[in-house]
Write a protein that binds this ligand. Structure first.
Ligand code: ADP
Ligand code: ZN
Length: 814
């Protein structure tokens, strides 16, 4: 009898692919195990078993697999169901989801290159074949999987590479790779020449004249009584001798050093009782519990500083008490620093963190811990990708700051919203999902109002501190009266001075979008452009460089204008860097800090700045969007928004909702624990309805007004939006393609197809871009609509001229 498996390949294939396996293999294999398979002429991929059966494929001859890579499934059935939902809903391939879900170390393929880990101490752990490759890496800076196969003279090499990686002898390249230092802890044990039972006497005699060595041996025997591994560091500390003494005893073959790999994230401190909730929190907590009786998803709308986190904590504690797992989603890793500390304070080593800035090995470690349902992975704190971990019994998912746009992945596929995917994940586990925010997204609030979600409100700040006092400053007026210094009004400067006099801290918010500092020639008016994209380059003062934010192109700042040759290039606009410079001149005796993409690179980038601000080493912190995301600082009494208008004038149907959220959130950083804070918002348009709503923190009014607009202009939450983008380096081809597509779609969906249009930046990395949008009215079936779109896409891709065009579908493209 013949046996077959359907596998998911980590490439955007529409379907699963079938391979043949032996009967023994078919018996051994389970869904969710990985196999190495040949694909195309010479490629090898790590594929995932999706189905085991006996039906030969009709259209092609099934190839044999190369080999089985796992003893046990590393992906469970619930995950596969979840992937299937993502693939259907977001109209992407299972392969795209597979690739996004697994840490890249699990996805070795023929194109993967491996590199030597120079830090490997002990080569003796390697098998002969592993050593051969390790040695080959002395002479080659990198080897591809194919080259490894050539060296070893066999096809099936992925397990050997797996071995090299897990023994930390080699690593694979990743874009954000931080040089990996295996965290090995050095331990001490008695050399096998001696035994614990009668070694002491013998040693004390032998060392009678070496006082310090004797001291150390005695301490060792004391510690050994506990029958636990003894750390070299502890032994040295406890015995009060230097490490040289221990080294001498190792040289004398009395002790041996050995190493145990420890998990990187381990919490050393004490854990504390969870906080007593105040009456409002208690009330909200009770309501959440009650709501979970009938609803799977509940929205917690709690003003900034109301103590939502403490409510999450109490719920988490209950769920882990039942032995279930908890997923705590955060929009941005910038936030993990503070939250991880707060949660570890209560839950110690029951928490693991998972996000993309972690090294590959760390991610693999967390994956395996979740898979094995280890206690330390009972609570997972992470950004959107942590929803892909192999949970087996989730009890609760918390989606903090659920309104945040960073939950949505735009590039690459799968273009999913992690909050919405979490709601589905919760459903698959029969787990409860709590969405929390001070400024809920319109769609979640709408779902709550429609009774699709439960709804709980918390309207007071903890400690009954009032929400900050918000003042709108009319910059037009200030300019007219000549009361501006650079970008600062006299009023804002006065408020900053007052706060600083009180030894309080200040946060200044500068929206990044639309305010990159652009260089312009004052003679001819031309700005240096990116050669690959249709945008002006932005100026980075610190490095005197011009950079493209879309493709990372960079060049040094030229001395003269490339167009007219005159040396009159001038920087315009203002970014955070400019503000920082102005502040340094205005407040020379204070420390100014900056938090934006440039200053927070690397794994610990955020931590450093947030830490310095918490320690009050920084008096004024200038920053972008990142500052608005749920950070909790004690001593901030003033928040300034330098220019509110750039947010309001953004051409997007969510611009007003977003502007409201951003300003209320950033205001929420002021006066959180001691006394009422102040907020100053500079604007040219103080009567704008959104600014009025921000200044009174009137969410419901904002909600009602925005909802009317959405209804009138056919936007979510009433209509759904699917966006299609075409990209190609030949402009005419894209243009013809989009025109064909708009017509084909209009034949089916009529006036609900909008476009074609070119985005604000219509060429990126040398590719021209065209968009169209399909709006789906409330009564129209989403499933059917997607089927029809898929059909039209098939026809499109059958046209030879259109085939090379990149075709991108984005469902819920907002
Ligand atoms: P939110 O997440 O709603 O903005 P937080 O959970 O950060 O609010 O709480 C704001 C501040 O109040 C934090 O410093 C927190 O430690 C404190 N806090 C909240 N609830 C309590 C409580 N029950 N007991 C003591 N302190 C609390
Ligand atoms: Zn560019």
């Amino acid at each position: 009898m013949t046996h077959f498996i359907d596998v998911i390949l980590p490439i955007p294939l529409k379907k699963t692919f079938t391979y043949s396996v032996t009967e023994a293999e078919a018996t051994f294999l389970k869904k969710g195990m990985r196999v190495a398979v040949p694909f195309g002429k010479s490629k090898i991929y790590t594929a995932l078993v999706y189905n085991i059966h006996q039906k030969a494929p009709e259209l092609y001859e099934a190839k044999d697999i190369h080999q089985i890579l796992d003893e046990q499934p590393i992906v469970n059935e619930r995950q596969l169901n979840h992937w299937q939902w993502i693939s259907n809903y977001y109209m992407c391939s299972l392969g795209d989801v597979y690739r996004a879900a697994l840490p890249s170390a699990f996805l070795l393929e023929s194109e993967t290159s491996i590199y030597k880990n120079e830090a490997l101490k002990d080569e003796s752990v390697l098998t002969d074949e592993e050593f051969l490759i390790f040695e080959a890496l002395e002479h080659h800076s990198q080897l591809t999987i194919h080259q490894v196969a050539d060296i070893l003279g066999k096809k099936t090499v992925l397990p050997i590479i797996d071995g090299l990686i897990s023994k930390e002898a080699a690593f694979i390249k990743e874009e954000i790779y931080e040089t990996y230092k295996p965290k090995l802890v050095k331990y001490v044990r008695l050399n096998s020449n001696y035994t614990l039972d009668n070694g002491l006497q013998e040693l004390l005699e032998q060392l009678s004249r070496a006082k310090k060595q004797k001291e150390l041996v005695l301490t060792y025997f004391q510690l050994a009584a506990a029958k636990k591994p003894i750390k070299a560091k502890d032994l040295i500390e406890k015995s009060g001798v230097s490490s040289a003494v221990l080294k001498a005893l190792v040289d004398k073959e009395i002790f041996d050093f050995y190493q145990i790999k420890t998990d990187r994230i381990s919490y050393q401190g004490e854990t504390n009782q969870i906080k007593q909730l105040n009456e409002f929190q208690q009330q909200a907590y009770t309501e959440v519990k009650a709501s979970f009786e009938t609803q799977n998803v509940t929205l917690l709308h709690g003003v900034t500083g109301s103590g939502k986190t403490e409510i999450y904590v109490k719920l988490i504690k209950e769920v882990i008490g039942e032995g279930k797992q908890v997923l705590f989603l955060l929009p941005e890793i910038a936030l993990t620093t503070q939250i991880i500390m707060r949660l570890q304070n209560y839950f110690g080593n029951f928490i693991s963190v998972f996000h993309s800035k972690y090294s590959m090995n760390e991610r693999v470690e967390v994956w395996n811990n979740v898979l094995e349902n280890k206690p330390k992975a009972q609570i997972i704190l992470g950004a959107r990708s942590s929803g892909f971990l192999p949970f087996s019994n989730l009890g609760l998912i918390v989606v903090d700051e659920e309104h945040e746009s960073s939950y949505k992945q735009f590039e690459p596929s799968p273009r999913y919203n992690a909050r919405d995917a979490a709601v589905v994940l919760g459903h698959l586990h029969k787990a409860k999902v709590l969405l929390g925010s001070a400024t809920p997204s319109l769609e979640s609030y709408y779902n709550a109002k429609q009774n699709k979600y439960g709804f709980v409100e918390l309207t007071r700040r903890f400690g009954n501190i009032q929400l900050p006092k918000i003042e709108l400053i009319d910059v037009k007026e200030k300019h007219r009266k000549k009361e501006m210094t650079g970008h600062f009004s006299d009023r804002l400067l006065k408020m900053i001075n007052e706060a600083l006099d009180e030894k309080e801290q200040v946060i200044l918010f500068q929206n990044r979008r639309g305010f990159s500092p652009v260089v312009e020639c004052t003679t001819c008016g031309v700005s240096p452009q990116c050669p690959n994209c249709d945008v002006s380059l932005t100026y980075h003062k610190f490095r005197k460089e011009l950079k493209c934010h879309y493709c990372n192109y960079q060049r040094s700042m030229p001395n003269s204008c490339g167009a007219c040759g005159t040396a009159t290039l001038d920087t315009k606009g203002f970014g955070t860097e400019q503000i920082e410079l102005e502040l340094k001149e205005l407040f020379p005796n204070h420390n100014i800090g900056r938090m934006d993409l440039d200053t927070t690179r690397g794994k610990y980038g955020y931590q450093k700045i947030i830490g310095a601000f918490e320690a009050q080493e920084i008096d004024i912190l200038v920053g972008t969007q990142m500052l608005s995301k749920g950070l909790d600082f004690e001593n901030v009494s003033l928040v300034g928004v330098l220019n509110a208008d750039s947010m309001l004038n953004f051409p997007d149907f969510r611009a007003h909702e977003r502007a409201y959220q951003l300003m209320v959130q950033v205001s929420g950083r002021a006066g959180r624990t001691k006394k009422q804070g102040n907020v100053a918002i500079q604007t040219y348009n103080p009567y704008h309805q959104i600014l009025q709503q921000v200044s009174t923190t009137n969410y419901t009014e904002m909600y009602k007004e925005q909802l009317q607009d959405r209804w009138q202009f056919h936007y979510p939450p009433y209509y759904r939006v699917i966006k299609i983008t075409l990209k190609h380096k030949d402009y005419t081809r894209v243009d013809n393609g989009i025109n064909w597509l708009v017509k084909a779609l209009q034949n089916v969906f009529g006036e609900n197809v909008l476009g074609p249009s070119a985005p604000a930046v219509s060429r990126i990395r040398n590719l021209y871009i065209k968009n169209l949008v399909i709006k789906i009215p409330p009564k129209q079936s989403l499933g059917k609509t997607k089927e029809q779109i898929a059909k039209i896409r098939n026809t499109f891709e059958a046209v030879k001229d259109f085939r090379p065009i990149r075709f991108i579908i984005d469902v819920d493209a907002y």
